[in-house]
Each structure stands twice: as structure tokens, then as C-alpha cells.
Design a protein around this ligand. Structure first.
Ligand SMILES: NC(=O)c1ccc[n+]([C@@H]2O[C@H](COP(=O)([O-])OP(=O)(O)OC[C@H]3O[C@@H](n4cnc5c(N)ncnc54)[C@H](OP(=O)(O)O)[C@@H]3O)[C@@H](O)[C@H]2O)c1
Length: 249
């Protein structure tokens, strides 16, 4: 099976997508190390998932996360997924500098420092490796009130392409996924009532709210040897929102 016995680090693992990714990777035979800022929140991931408490939004935190995971695995991780992030919605003129900085920390700093620590360890180990970052549909097509998160995730997509180019010769692959709305705690406030849920679902050419388990399957595939020729790509999983405009009847 793909990834048998190899170690993969999942940052933001206690979140809605993070939990689905840990489950998909376990099912695919990976040894999973879940990283998050709270031991209590990580405890939702039962054994045999390994757990490390660290904050990957700083260089020191990300380095500590990869070092501790490597110690638990007994080797550098072969995979890394950054599921840390936050959905912050407000029009630009009502986005405070604190909210902007928090959005950058959650979405871009975690990707930048997490990926940096991972590729450094993989490079030193001299082994093939793969990473997946999480962007958003809002980085590709303008959607109202998404200015901060769209800017941060566009940064993530640029990071992915540049890092994929830098580390291709070292056989380290870097890709991203860009989902539309998914049923996770991050958007609980947006789809908390049946009417709000229906309204959100109708925005998509293929209507509906995404299931994090479906995105987790794609992420697991991107880490697997079957995706061995795939790097520097952003995979839209958004019901066609960013690419097509069906006839409105
Ligand atoms: N849900 C959606 O509709 C949707 C749509 C498009 C993109 N996304 C993206 O999908 C990814 C997963 O989100 P989700 O829906 O699973 O959200 P979630 O359930 O809220 O989980 C997000 C995780 O991010 C971590 N995190 C938040 N801020 C952080 C910070 N400043 N530093 C370090 N870690 C931080 C949290 O980890 P702790 O446990 O450490 O607090 C949390 O577990 C995110 O990148 C999000 O932007 C989600």
C-alpha cells in the first residue's frame, strides 16, 4: 500500500480537515504524527496516531514539530500536510491590522515555516518526500469579503510553486489543494442554520457543502507514489466554482 510504514506529519490535525486527513493517511498505511497547539484538542485523535504539541506558525515551533516527529518515527518524515488555517471574512475596509496579522499567521506563516522545516529535514535525510498545502477557492476567483484570506492563500499558492521548483531535483514534491466550502468547525457560523447552509450550497455549479473526507482522499493520493510525477500544482476541489459558469435558468 502507498506510503507503507513511512512517517507523515499533519499540522492543524485537530481541525475538521486535519482529522479527516489523519484518518485517510492511517487507512493508506502511513505512520501519522498529528501536530497542534493544544494537547486537549489533539486528544480527539486516538492511538495509534502520534501527537506533538507545537505551533507551526513560527520558525522555532515548526522546527520543533518536525524534530519531535522525526524522533517519534525514528527517521525524517516522508510526508507533510498543513491543515492549519483560519477563515476570516470581512470587507477590506473593516479588516483591522490585528485581524490581518492573525489571518497571515494562521494561513501563510504555518505553510511557510511548516514547509521550510519539513523540506530541510527531508533534504538532510536525502530521501524523496512530498508535501501538500491547503489553499482556498477564494485565492483564484474574487469572492466578496475574502480579501484577507484570499491574499494569504494566494501567498500559499506562490510558495508551493516556488518550493516545488527549488526542491524537484531533491525529489521533494510540493502541491496544494484549493477547496470550496467544507463542513468543518471553521465555517460553523456560516452554515449554522438550514437556510444559511442551503444558501451556501447553491453558490456552487455542483451544488452542496464539501465533505472533508473527500478532500482528504485527494491529499492522501498526492502524497502517494501514484502522484510521483505531480508537483507545483494547485488542485481545485470546488464544485466548478472557479472554472465554469453554467447557464442560469
Ligand atoms: N472549511 C472550509 O470551508 C474551508 C474552505 C477553504 C479552505 N479551508 C482551509 O482548510 C484548512 C483546514 O481548515 P478547517 O476547515 O479544518 O478548519 P478548522 O476545523 O478550524 O481547523 C483549523 C486548524 O488550524 C489550526 N490553526 C488555526 N490558527 C492557527 C495558528 N495561528 N497557528 C497554528 N495553527 C492554527 C487549528 O489548530 P489548533 O488545534 O492548534 O488550534 C485548527 O485545528 C485551512 O487551511 C482552511 O483555511 C477551509
Amino acid at each position: 500500500m502507498a506510503g507503507q510504514q513511512q512517517g507523515v506529519v499533519v499540522a492543524g490535525a485537530a481541525g475538521g480537515l486535519g482529522q479527516a486527513v489523519c484518518a485517510a493517511l492511517r487507512a493508506g498505511g502511513w505512520q501519522v504524527c498529528a501536530v497542534g497547539r493544544s494537547a486537549e484538542r489533539l486528544s480527539v485523535l486516538g492511538d495509534p496516531v502520534l501527537r506533538v504539541v507545537a505551533d507551526v506558525s513560527s520558525a522555532e515551533g515548526a522546527k520543533a514539530a518536525i524534530e519531535q516527529a522525526s524522533a517519534l518515527f525514528g527517521a525524517a518524515p516522508a510526508g507533510f500536510v498543513n491543515c492549519a488555517g483560519a477563515v476570516s471574512l470581512a470587507p477590506l475596509h473593516r479588516t483591522s491590522s490585528e485581524a490581518w496579522r492573525a489571518c497571515l499567521a494562521a494561513n501563510l506563516d504555518t505553510a511557510f515555516f511548516g514547509l521550510a522545516a519539513f523540506v530541510d529535514a527531508a533534504r538532510q535525510a536525502g530521501q524523496p518526500a512530498a508535501a501538500v498545502m491547503v489553499s482556498t477557492v477564494a485565492a483564484r476567483i474574487g469572492t466578496p469579503n475574502h480579501e484577507a484570506v484570499a491574499a494569504a492563500k494566494a501567498g500559499v499558492e506562490g510558495l508551493v510553486r516556488a518550493a516545488a521548483a527549488t526542491y524537484a531535483a531533491a525529489r521533494i514534491r510540493v502541491n496544494a489543494v484549493a477547496p470550496g466550502i467544507m463542513d468543518t468547525p471553521a465555517v460553523g457560523g456560516l452554515i449554522g442554520t438550514p437556510a444559511a447552509r442551503e444558501g451556501a450550497a447553491k453558490q456552487y455549479p455542483l451544488p452542496g457543502i464539501g465533505d472533508p473526507a473527500d478532500l482528504a482522499s485527494l491529499i492522501a493520493w498526492l502524497l502517494s507514489p501514484a502522484a510521483g510525477k505531480v508537483t507545483g500544482q494547485v488542485w481545485a476541489v470546488d464544485g466548478g466554482f472557479s472554472a465554469i459558469r453554467p447557464l442560469v435558468r
